[in-house]
Design a protein around this ligand. Structure first.
Ligand SMILES: C[S@@+](CC[C@H](N)C(=O)[O-])C[C@H]1O[C@@H](n2cnc3c(N)ncnc32)[C@H](O)[C@@H]1O
Length: 308
């Protein structure tokens, strides 16, 4: 700096640092300032000019952060803060019933279906976390493409709470006599839930390409099996094979309401056209072979619409 000042021959370095002095006679100073000094001066002027703007932006960011914190708090409390304070919190009583999602069908699925299964499992986890009577959730045989999808798309799964995640097959985790495989092909119809049992749901999105596979597996292993009592309570205009998250949510809803009918109507998407058995005799019958949306994504929209 001192060197440049000397080179230009007329500006002392202290003057070039002093904006007030230079501003006093801008044009004259402009001529005598070196290129580097002019640049510095302009920068300083710009910084001064934008001071207010920076202050304003800081204020806005602070306000935004405050709003985000408030929204988050409201979400956690399930509504606006004021009314949440007045409302008594729901008493959560965990159920001893175990619900297993059997992920041993990984190599039967294409990656797009594995991704759908992943979403369905995320949905099960979220619903269980906010249930009145959360079940003991077990994921068994986790590995392969599904684990890869979870690692890639939702790294947070490693911090999931209130869930048991095993690489082992469910038969190595739960005693055989306590297992009941839920499968629409079973001739046994579930009438009520036994809290001491572990109910298994096949972690499979197969568009009915592997019809009867879970029923066969349950028979091979010699464990109990049963289908949900769908036909006793609802008529649907699609087949009785439901997606993993629907079965999971029906169990949660049954534990809360104590009624299959209410549980089915709370959970099943409207496009499945479910109506009560004693209503509307003209409604279409079960079309078991019709490949409906049972393997669709977690039906978030349908469910939101229904619950709204
Ligand atoms: C999309 S289905 C898979 C269908 C597969 N082809 C099979 O043989 O199970 C996903 C899982 O949900 C459960 N599930 C679906 N509909 C059911 C029903 N009506 N009753 C009992 N379980 C059912 C079964 O555990 C099934 O494996």
């Amino acid at each position: 700096m001192a060197e440049e000042g000397t080179k230009s021959g007329s500006v002392c370095p202290q003057e070039s640092e002093n904006v007030e002095t230079v501003n006093g006679n801008e044009e004259a100073a402009d001529e005598t300032l070196s290129k580097r000094q002019r640049k510095k001066l302009l920068k300083q002027q710009k910084w001064e000019e934008e001071r207010e703007l920076r202050k304003q932006r800081r204020k806005e960011r602070k306000q935004q952060r405050r709003m985000q914190r408030q929204n988050h708090q409201e979400e956690e409390e399930g509504g606006d803060v004021q009314s949440a304070k007045k409302r008594p919190r729901r008493e959560v009583t965990p159920s001893s019933l175990r619900l297993v999602v059997d992920c041993s069908f990984d190599d039967l699925m294409l990656i797009k279906d594995v991704r759908k299964l992943h979403k369905q499992i995320q949905r099960c986890y979220a619903e269980n976390r906010r249930a009145l009577h959360p079940v003991q959730f077990i994921l068994s045989s986790l590995g392969g493409q599904l684990k890869q999808s979870m690692d890639e798309k939702d790294k947070g799964w490693v911090n999931w709470k209130d869930i048991t995640i095993k690489t082992e097959h469910y038969s190595e985790v739960v005693a055989k006599e306590e297992l009941v495989y839920l499968t629409s092909d079973s001739p046994n119809v579930l009438s009520e839930l036994d809290q001491s049992k572990a109910y298994v749901i096949g972690g499979l999105v197969d568009h009915n390409h592997h019809k009867g596979i879970t029923f066969e597996r349950a028979k091979e292993l010699g464990i109990d099996h049963a289908q949900l009592p769908l036909s006793s309570f609802v008529k649907m205009n699609s087949r009785k094979v439901l997606a993993v998250n629907h079965v999971f949510e029906i169990i949660l809803a049954y534990l809360e309401k104590g009624s299959w009918q209410e549980a089915f109507f709370t959970v099943l998407p409207q496009r499945k056209g479910a109506v009560a058995v004693d209503q509307d005799e003209t409604n279409t019958q079960d079309k078991e072979e019709d490949d409906s949306d049972s393997d669709s994504d977690a039906d978030t929209q349908d469910q939101t619409e229904k619950k709204a």
